[in-house]
Write a protein that binds this ligand. Structure first.
Ligand SMILES: *Cc1c(COP(=O)(O)O)cnc(C)c1O
Length: 421
């Protein structure tokens, strides 16, 4: 099946007389005939659902669909993108270990890595993603357990050279984890370029309708965990009578451990109704991504021609430094988020924001409706203009998430708002 077809048909195939739509199995628990059978479930000796903190039939169908969309062998849904990032790392890194992450990643992930993970004893080294492989190699230590990057970074809209990062990881016998939230598997499948694990905030394009927070971890099944660096996957787990994940589950070791050990202990698993709603977003993902891309390309082009705009960050804009990487990794389009800067101090950007009639002020991206955020008024409001510039954010920077409206209406809104600046 092609990706558009997988969006609709993967994960659930009704048999004769069964529901056309994916059923919602809204239940926290499951009935079994005997305590012996439940004992086997606890030993992970038979497959089955035991408790909805670990797995659920509706969530499992959506996990199968997302794994198929990314070309992976298994997936684990989580209650947020943050939980997906956290579990994907904690599954293979512990106190005393190091991780290497691109500095061009989502701010929430930077907080998670630099503050919370640090408290847990995991050290993070942030690297400039544009550095050469030789330069990047210097960041890898003996205790480095993974490399982390973001396909299209939120909010800088930089494009990750996935093959370079995969080579860095594999030269050192460690896996590459890629946050593929903005690209979605419709625009880019990082496994095809060597990534080993993919994560998403499904809150964004996958859900698409701003209905609910969610996340997912997908396993390519290709990484060799038996290289001596991952005892948590190869050595006996005392919480399962000494079971070894690589011995018992083979290629599925990573994603199985994330579920039966970490998810069991942390409990960040979505409910059946959440998975059902996510599935409705996934069904139209491929069609929506096409429109997000074409609308955003036109909006970026329009903005780049205005004399009130200082710069526009979007890979299809002439002269954008990520144009070449985008051609390679994002040949179908560069997704729907643009960042641009209005000339002058932050009051000009505020005037522009206040003048918008269609686009709404929101702390969100990737909605079906156009939404905008002014970091200097919101996420970075404590900083002075000088501090903003030092942080790589101009006072006039606006994050513009292009929706599925008719593009002429979006452009008209921008034009009239710019006239007030
Ligand atoms: C939003 C976002 C996250 C965090 O996801 P939540 O669902 O908000 O927890 C992680 N990565 C990227 C790229 C995001 O845009």
């Amino acid at each position: 099946m092609k990706i558009e077809t997988k969006c609709l048909h993967s994960g659930y195939t009704p048999k004769n007389g069964e529901c056309r739509n994916m059923p919602i199995y809204q239940s926290s628990t499951y009935r079994y005939d005997s305590p012996e059978h439940i004992g086997k479930l606890f030993d992970l000796a038979v497959e089955g659902h035991m408790y909805s903190r670990i797995s659920n039939p509706t969530v499992a169908m959506v996990e199968a669909k997302i794994a198929d969309l990314e070309g992976g062998i298994g997936a684990l849904c989580t209650t947020s993108g943050q939980a997906a990032s956290m579990i994907s790392v904690m599954n293979i890194a512990k106190a005393g270990d190091n991780i290497v992450a691109s500095s061009e990643i989502y701010g929430g992930t930077i907080n998670l890595f630099a503050v919370t993970m640090k408290k847990l004893g995991i050290e993070v080294t942030f690297v400039n993603p544009e550095a050469s492989l030789k330069e990047l190699q210097k960041s890898i230590k003996k205790n480095t357990r993974l490399v982390f990057g973001e396909t299209i970074a939120n909010p800088s809209i930089s494009v990750l050279d996935i093959e370079k990062f995969a080579k860095l990881a594999h030269d050192n016998d460690i896996p590459l984890i890629v946050d593929n939230t903005f690209a979605t598997p419709v625009l880019c499948r990082p496994f095809e370029y060597g990534a080993d694990i993919v994560i998403h905030s499904t809150t964004k394009y996958m859900d698409g309708h701003a209905l609910q927070i969610g996340g997912v971890i997908v396993d390519s099944g290709k990484f060799n965990w038996k290289n001596g660096k991952y005892p948590e996957l190869t050595e006996p787990d005392p919480s399962y009578h000494g079971l070894s994940y690589t011995e018992s589950f083979g290629d599925l070791a990573y994603i199985t451990k994330a579920r039966v050990q970490l998810m069991r202990d942390i409990g960040a698993y979505p409910q059946a109704i959440n998975a059902f709603l996510l599935n409705m977003g996934l069904e139209t993902l491929a069609v929506r991504m096409e429109r997000y891309c074409s609308n955003a390309e036109k909006v970026a082009d329009f903005l780049s021609k205005s004399d009130k705009i200082e710069f526009v960050n979007y890979p299809t804009v002439k002269g954008n430094k990520y144009g070449k990487l985008a051609k390679k990794y994002l040949s179908k389009g560069c997704s729907g988020v643009i960042s641009f800067s209005i000339k002058g101090d932050r009051s000009n950007a505020v005037r522009f924001m206040n003048s918008l009639k269609l686009a709404s002020n929101e702390v969100h991206v990737a909605d079906i409706r156009t939404c905008v955020l002014h970091p200097a008024s919101a996420t970075h409001r404590q900083l002075t203009d000088e501090q903003l510039i030092a942080a790589g954010i101009t006072p006039g920077l606006i994050r513009f998430s292009v929706g599925l409206e008719n593009v002429d209406d979006i452009l008209e809104d921008i034009e009239q708002a710019l006239a007030n600046v």
